[in-house]
Design a protein around this ligand. Structure first.
Ligand code: FES
Length: 165
């Protein structure tokens, strides 16, 4: 089971306090929150709403309108699937499909066990290995669906073994 991390609301309050009129600086405020937590946790959004007197619906409206904001906690393993030109012409789309299928979640989502999240990105700078994905800084190249599945399942297996110790 995934343990929900405790949020120190004094940090949230300090960020809100940076703004004289938080309701008129929502984008900057949410950017600061995301920089602190890596995403916009629901509990934090509720706290902002209460402390700054901003309706939660308005906060969520801004958070969902701009693609820069993430509402889900990223996974322990962040899978970046390259959609740059070289990877695109070398079946990068199939790599993305294989990642989605193996993880069972859509782009931008996190698996229920909190282990993986994934997103498509621009060129990762190793085009000669296309199509490419990167997991926590490690590059995997010359991918096909089978290799994607194997890499992800190996990580999953290692994590399960570690958890069982
Ligand atoms: S296009 Fe994928 S690494 Fe450059």
């Amino acid at each position: 089971m995934k343990i929900k991390p405790q949020i120190d609301f004094s940090v949230v309050d300090e960020i809100i306090g940076r703004y004289e009129n938080p309701s008129e600086s929502l984008i900057s405020l949410l950017q600061d929150i995301q920089e602190e937590y890596g995403y916009l946790p629901t509990d934090v959004m509720v706290r902002i709403s209460e402390q700054a007197g901003i309706p939660l619906s308005r906060l969520m409206g801004v958070a969902t309108f701009y693609s820069q904001f993430k509402l889900n906690a990223p996974g322990k393993y962040k899978v970046l699937v390259c959609m740059g030109t070289a990877c695109h012409v070398n079946n990068g789309e199939r790599v993305a499909d294989a990642v989605a299928k193996t993880l069972g979640v859509k782009e931008g989502e996190t698996t229920a066990d909190g282990l993986f999240s994934w997103e498509e990105v621009a060129c990762l700078g190793c085009c000669s290995l296309s199509p490419v994905m990167m997991i926590n800084g490690q590059v995997y190249g010359k991918l096909d669906g089978k290799k994607v599945e194997q890499v992800i399942n190996d990580i999953r297996k290692a994590e399960l073994e570690r958890a069982g110790q």
